[in-house]
Write a protein that binds this ligand. Structure first.
Ligand code: 8X3
Length: 259
């Protein structure tokens, strides 16, 4: 007989990149679903404010400043837990939209480090704790950029393909163990930082990404999707969920209203 699965209230959910956007929205949703959320990100002040807000609302939330690319720090972080129910690998992002011919190799490296190695670090460090929970879930927040390319996607597309393959390979390798691997691949999501970071703080360029798009997804739309997938019964594994706004048919086919 399968071991009894503890209720969400006794389960820990670790969310990386929880300082803003999809990560912060996911931490909020999982806390509301009853998980004890652990918010991690490099920006201590932001996760502390969110943890305080969630705690004041009666949820269980703690902040733990962490750079997912720092393996020693990740290993130290992992020692804080006996079991972990859910790991949401959300930290990552895009830098630049240059063609392959002229893209900055340092940007490529940074994107690989955050989107792929960061996910690898957390997943390796917490896998024994997810196993120990008797019903663990690893979520990889990849992107539609991990499933098809587009001009100018370059280093980001390459890194997100890496994150996708990590999820797919891990699922094959740990089948039979009590850990699910869920990949959520969002398309166009309008967050306060994603496009701004990609374009080095150029607000006009960032705004153009969403220009004329009636309703890009919000961070909360994706958080809702993640929370839905995570809260399915333990035997149900949502392998891969692609979520886009209605106005986006593919990475390159987007309906934009004329102004
Ligand atoms: C974000 C989707 O289209 O900007 O992960 O690559 S896209």
């Amino acid at each position: 007989m399968a071991p009894a699965v503890p209720p969400a209230a006794s389960r820990i959910a670790v969310v990386t990149g929880a300082s803003s956007g999809i990560g912060a929205a996911t931490a909020r949703r999982l806390a509301e679903a009853g998980y004890r959320v652990v918010l991690t990100a490099r920006r201590k002040d932001r996760i502390e404010v969110l943890a305080e807000e969630l705690t004041a609302a009666g949820h269980s939330a703690t902040a733990y400043p962490l750079d997912v690319t720092d393996r020693a720090a990740v290993d130290e972080f992992a020692t804080a837990f006996r079991t972990v129910g859910v790991l949401v690998n959300n930290a990552g992002g895009a830098l630049g939209a240059d063609p392959v011919a002229t893209g900055d190799p340092q940007d490529w490296r940074t994107m690989y480090e955050t989107n792929v190695i960061g996910t690898l670090n957390l997943t390796q460090a917490l896998l024994p704790k997810l196993d120990a929970s008797g019903d663990g879930t690893v979520v990889v927040v990849s992107s539609t950029a991990g499933h098809a390319t587009y001009e100018g996607g370059a280093g980001y597309v390459a890194a997100k393909h890496g994150a996708h393959v990590l999820a797919e390979t891990l699922r094959l390798e740990i089948v039979g163990r009590p850990v699910r691997v869920i990949e959520i691949a969002p398309g166009m999501v309008r967050t306060e930082e994603f496009a701004l970071t990609r374009f080095g703080g150029d607000a006009d360029r960032a705004a153009k990404v969403y220009e004329g798009v009636a309703e890009p997804l919000t961070a909360d739309d994706v958080a809702d999707t993640i929370t839905w997938a995570v809260t399915r019964p333990p035997h149900v594994n949502i392998d891969l969920l692609v979520v886009r706004p209605r106005a986006q048919a593919s990475n390159t086919k987007v309906h934009r209203e004329a102004r």
